[in-house]
Design a protein around this ligand. Structure first.
Ligand SMILES: C[S@@+](CC[C@H](N)C(=O)[O-])C[C@H]1O[C@@H](n2cnc3c(N)ncnc32)[C@H](O)[C@@H]1O
Length: 337
């Protein structure tokens, strides 16, 4: 068998991706009854199952209007930054497909680009780095860490230099606002650029009632309630040895922090009592563990939530079906759009 090894000049690992931090998050997940979403991506099997979900259900691969909003946002950025040196930082880059669109536009506009995907999953950080390397981007340094690694950005791969462009694609649904926008706002310097995308509740501006938002989320429920997503979400329970004690995830439209979205809860099948990360854990039959959530904002909700967390949404593109949007965003104090 041919032995293959990828060569990257450097791979950085932040403390937030090390065993000690992960044990704490694992502990909190069960005791708080809310699984930290990072645990759906960490192992290579989870990353593989997530890529399957992505391949089968992400509209980016099936519907050109989803691809086009990223292409348009990337083209605008590239024409503005043509010829500059750019350091692209892909926050939670996953497989890196969306960053690849941005990289391609920047390189076509004569930019010299260095690329740093930051992802809590080693496998996904590598996949994203490889997607860029396959395009001919030479200077790629993946960072394995959670979003808190942005607080230590000054320690990252030396002083790479160039204009910093951050991407935060597809994170808005799966991260609570404080963790996501607060951290991005903390990392952004006045001259930095942020491109942010969000999956949206496809609701008409003519009727933004609670009922309409609920209905809009019901419409997109099948994007979540399917075999590939179930398999992906259950993998962590298998890895933790608790899958037999819990029901399958039950998907439903619900509100989280007053934002409508999709939640998936598993229920304990009997009373349970076991040691978990050194502490006795108990749960009653029927009580739930929230395995997954996906917040589906409207653009206006997103604007409000971001403003509360120090960011301002600038111009952007949304699909005609109103299910996804991508925007420029700024730190509120120095917004100039
Ligand atoms: C929904 S996927 C989005 C991936 C990609 N950006 C896209 O739009 O297709 C979420 C990504 O964020 C990563 N992630 C999840 N929690 C994270 C955290 N706390 N810090 C950094 N990355 C995280 C996951 O590993 C995954 O790659």
């Amino acid at each position: 068998m041919e032995f293959k090894m990828k060569q990257l000049s450097q791979l950085w690992v932040h403390d937030s991706a090390r065993a000690k931090t992960l044990a704490l998050r694992r502990r909190e997940s069960l005791f708080q009854g809310e699984l930290d979403q990072r645990f759906h991506y960490l192992t290579e099997k989870q990353a593989q199952l997530w890529m399957e979900v992505h391949k089968h259900h992400a509209p980016l691969f099936r519907d050109p209007e989803f691809f086009d909003i990223f292409k348009n946002a990337a083209a605008d950025l590239a024409s503005e930054l043509a010829g500059e040196s750019i350091h692209l930082i892909g926050v939670g880059a996953g497989g890196g497909e969306k960053e690849a669109i941005v990289l391609s536009a920047l390189r076509s506009a004569g930019c010299r680009v260095t690329y740093t995907p930051l992802d809590v999953s080693l496998e996904l950080a590598l996949l994203s780095a490889e997607a860029a390397a396959d395009q001919g981007v030479v200077e790629v340094t993946p960072v394995v860490g959670d979003i808190s690694a942005l607080e230590d950005i000054h320690q990252w791969p030396e002083e790479i230099g160039g204009r910093r462009v951050f991407t935060a694609f597809g994170l808005a649904p799966n991260m609570m606002p404080g963790a996501l926008y607060g951290r991005l706002a903390g990392a952004l310097r006045p001259e930095d650029v942020l491109l942010l995308s969000a999956n949206l509740a496809p609701v008409s501006e003519a009727d933004l009632s609670e009922e309409a938002r609920n209905r809009a989320c019901q419409e997109i429920l099948p994007q979540y309630d399917n075999i590939e997503t179930r398999r992906w979400l259950q993998q962590v329970l298998v890895d933790w040895g608790i899958s037999d004690a819990l029901s399958e995830p039950v998907f439903e439209v619900q509100q989280l922090d007053s934002i409508w979205g999709i939640g998936a809860n598993c229920h304990w099948l009997s009373d349970v009592k076991f040691y978990w990360e050194g502490t006795l854990f108990e749960a009653e039959k029927g009580s739930s563990l929230r395995a997954f959530y996906s917040l589906r904002y409207t653009p206006e909700d997103l604007r409000t939530v971001m403003r509360k967390n120090g960011l301002r949404l600038g111009s952007g593109y949304t699909t005609a079906c109103k299910q996804e949007g991508v925007w420029r965003a700024f730190r509120d104090s120095d917004a100039t759009s």
